[in-house]
Write a protein that binds this ligand. Structure first.
Ligand code: IPE
Ligand code: IPE
Ligand code: MG
Length: 259
């Protein structure tokens, strides 16, 4: 969905893998849960920083399909943290005009959490500020699978012709069907991998990796990621010369515009 453009130097959509909480805690001889708690303030700083910079959508990876395999104690402390954070952080976001939305396999979450998520979405749905998308129990492969299953069912019922399927049909059935693809991806914590995040949507996203652990990520670190983004030339398969010609053309037509 992203446009072929070099002009827009600000990311409209930023997607973040918030990694390194466990290592942050370990370095301090604290339990892993303490690292997850400490990470909440980085969420706040990132939401504020992105909103202030005019980002339209911020997608945060909070819990992956694979994270269910962690020790039961850690999973349950994370789930408790989500419930707590929902209560406090959604209030703050709502006051700031932010719209909140969740993606992922919700049916796997507790009733209390599902309820809290639905309430947060309802409460903030009329807000017109930045949209914050929180991925919980989310996996990129799950997302593609549920899109594919839906399309397969439609084909089986004769509502759709399998021979005519387009890329747009898959996009339209993914969790982020109505949003532009991420322009900038940030992963903290030093790993250089996607870990089953938005597999389809990240096809042309600029990837930024930092060794900073998530609880240490603040506005200065966010600024560094934006600087990195700013220095990229997004070619979308074209040559640099083609892009230069395009932007010269645009500048020319802008100058010819009356008024
Ligand atoms: C990210 O931090 C939070 C979740 C995956 C829920 P980690 O818990 O993965 O922290 P590290 O990678 O062990 O340091
Ligand atoms: C990715 O972090 C998931 C989230 C941040 C929610 P992980 O720490 O689970 O990723 P891997 O397993 O090390 O790649
Ligand atoms: Mg990790």
């Amino acid at each position: 969905m992203s446009e072929t453009s070099t002009a827009s130097k600000w990311p409209r959509h930023v997607a973040v893998i918030m990694d390194g909480n466990g290592r942050w805690a370990k370095k301090r001889f604290m339990p892993r849960a303490a690292g997850h708690h400490a990470g909440v303030k980085s969420v706040r700083a990132t939401v504020e920083g992105c909103a202030r910079r005019g980002v339209e959508v911020l997608t945060l990876f909070a819990f992956s399909s694979e994270n269910w395999k962690r020790p039961a104690e850690e999973v349950s402390s994370l789930m408790n943290l989500f419930v707590q954070a929902l209560e406090r952080e959604v209030d703050v976001m709502h006051r700031n005009g932010i719209r909140v939305r969740f993606i992922g396999q919700r049916s796997l979450l507790s009733d209390q959490l599902q309820q809290g998520m639905a309430d947060a979405e309802r409460r903030t749905q009329a807000n017109t500020g930045m949209q914050v998308v929180i991925a919980v129990a989310y996996g990129g492969r799950w997302d593609l699978l549920q899109a594919t299953s839906r399309l397969a069912r439609q084909c089986a019922r004769g509502e759709r012709d399998a021979e005519q399927l387009q890329e747009a049909d898959i996009s339209a059935n993914l969790e982020l069907h109505d949003l532009p693809d991420p322009d900038l991806f940030i992963r903290t914590g030093g790993e250089r991998r996607i870990s089953n995040f938005l597999l389809w949507n990240l096809a042309y996203t600029e990837l930024y990796f930092t060794d900073v652990l998530w609880p240490d990520f603040g506005d200065a670190e966010l600024a560094d990621a934006f600087t990195y983004f700013n220095e990229r030339q997004r070619r979308f398969g074209l040559t640099a010369e083609q892009l230069e010609k395009q932007s010269a053309g645009k500048a020319g037509s802008a100058m010819r515009e009356p008024g």
